[in-house]
Design a protein around this ligand. Structure first.
Ligand SMILES: [Zn+2]
Length: 113
């Protein structure tokens, strides 16, 4: 398994390797904000609703994205970031992704191969 080579160790190491892999699988290895192939860039786990704004920890409020989008999104809300990027589809893509189950068990089995 080389696919996890681009992970950037989430700040503070909150997410395990399996969780990060599951996050990437959940967005089909495509940044929901800009469409970049996450296999070719550094990956971050973004809090869709920023934590300072009351966003919760946990997969329903987290989505894998490229480090570049994560850096430029910063503390913006999802709507504000979509507007800043001029792409209303971002909101739909992120909501679709976070509605899916985060399959950590499957990711663990992939990692053990
Ligand atoms: Zn991106």
């Amino acid at each position: 398994m080389k696919r996890d080579a681009n992970y950037t160790g989430n700040k503070g190491g909150e997410a395990t390797k399996a969780e990060r892999l599951a996050h990437c699988e959940r967005v089909a290895w495509t940044c929901p904000y800009c469409g970049t192939d996450l296999r070719s860039v550094r990956v971050a786990i973004d809090h869709v609703k920023p934590q300072y704004a009351g966003g919760k920890k946990g997969p329903n409020n987290q989505v894998a994205c490229c480090l570049s989008c994560n850096s430029s999104k910063q503390a913006k809300s999802l709507q504000a970031f979509a507007e800043a990027k001029g792409d209303a589809e971002i909101v739909k893509r992120v909501k679709r992704a976070t509605a899916r189950k985060l399959d950590v068990a499957r990711a663990k089995s992939l990692l053990s191969k």
